[in-house]
Design a binder for this molecule. Structure first.
Ligand code: PMV
Length: 288
């Protein structure tokens, strides 16, 4: 048996804009997907999966041999909520395939092959999700360019609230394309770049998150529930709050400190009980 494991991600700033060549910043999270392969006679088949998605077979067909493998998938990541579950699946699969050949997959291999699987799920992915998953650390990403590490002067503490409503990334990206909100996309990319500079110096970026949420609402990817969560978490003392990922449901992230964390968690729990997590994003040298 051969196993590959890869983490999900959270986009701090720049989702949707990254599809159009602007920069985004994101980081891996400590929730992972594990793919196990074993030899079996006959056509390749998914034998066990904690992910229930009709696109799985087509996705695997894009990178896994059609004959002779049994596939098992174990994921800690909720599906369709903006935490990069399909990207983690892609990278974990590439790693398991390399393990079967008795070697470790390179970043370039995870990135290139990961694209094939991500396309089945997302149509026209920017590549951000699986670049972050393959790096396993904070990243600044621009489509068509090598992913770069995002320097952090200190760890970032986030409260994550999952609406439990899956968003359809391909549809949301297509909706933005149809509306062509060029000014908003430009500004979303600028916020990601400015935030990257501030994070390197240990300066706060809360106001950038809150402005990004206003823009994401304007381009039509937020929902009343996401807006309510952001408002409530800001009201409880968060320094900034926004949806993260494609939107249409999925998660909200709120930037907190030692003073506000408990209140922000409590208010999020009152809205989406049992679906609130606290996450620390650490500088690359000390993470993972
Ligand atoms: O919601 P997710 O995890 O699929 O993130 C999508 C991010 C987008 O920028 C909206 C699309 C992309 O391909 O980058």
């Amino acid at each position: 048996m051969w196993t590959g494991r890869a983490p999900g991600k959270i986009i701090l700033l720049g989702e949707h804009a990254v599809v159009y060549g602007y920069r985004a910043i994101a980081a891996a999270v400590d929730l992972c997907t594990t793919v196990t392969l074993r030899d079996r006679p006959g056509p390749t088949a998914i034998e066990n999966s904690s992910i229930d998605d009709a696109r799985l077979a087509a996705a695997f067909a894009s990178i896994v041999p059609g004959e002779g493998l049994g596939i098992s998938i174990e994921s800690e990541l909720p599906v369709g909520c903006g935490m990069g579950s399909s990207a983690a699946l892609a990278v974990a699969t590439v790693r398991a395939l390399a393990a079967r050949e008795g070697r470790q997959a390179t970043f370039a291999e995870c990135y290139e092959k990961g694209f094939a699987l991500e396309r089945v799920f997302h149509g026209n992915p920017s590549g951000l999700d699986h670049a972050v998953s393959a790096m396993g650390s904070p990243v600044i990403y621009r489509r068509g360019h090598p992913a770069e590490g995002l320097p952090l002067a200190k760890p970032i503490r986030l409260v994550v609230a999952n609406t439990g409503v899956p968003g359809n990334t391909a549809e949301l990206v297509a909706g933005v394309k149809a509306r062509k909100p060029s000014g908003e996309l430009l500004r979303l990319g600028a916020l990601a770049e400015m935030a990257a500079a501030r994070l390197a110096m240990g300066q706060p970026i809360g106001e950038f998150l809150t402005e990004a949420q206003r823009l994401l609402r304007k381009i039509g990817v937020s929902t009343p529930q996401l807006d309510d969560l952001c408002r409530a978490m800001l009201g409880a003392g968060a320094q900034g709050a926004k949806l993260a990922g494609a939107g249409g449901g999925g998660i909200v992230i709120a930037l907190v400190d030692g003073f506000s964390e408990a209140d922000v968690r409590d208010v999020a729990e009152s809205i989406v009980p049992g679906r609130v997590y606290a996450i620390t994003i650490r500088p690359a040298a000390t993470s993972r």
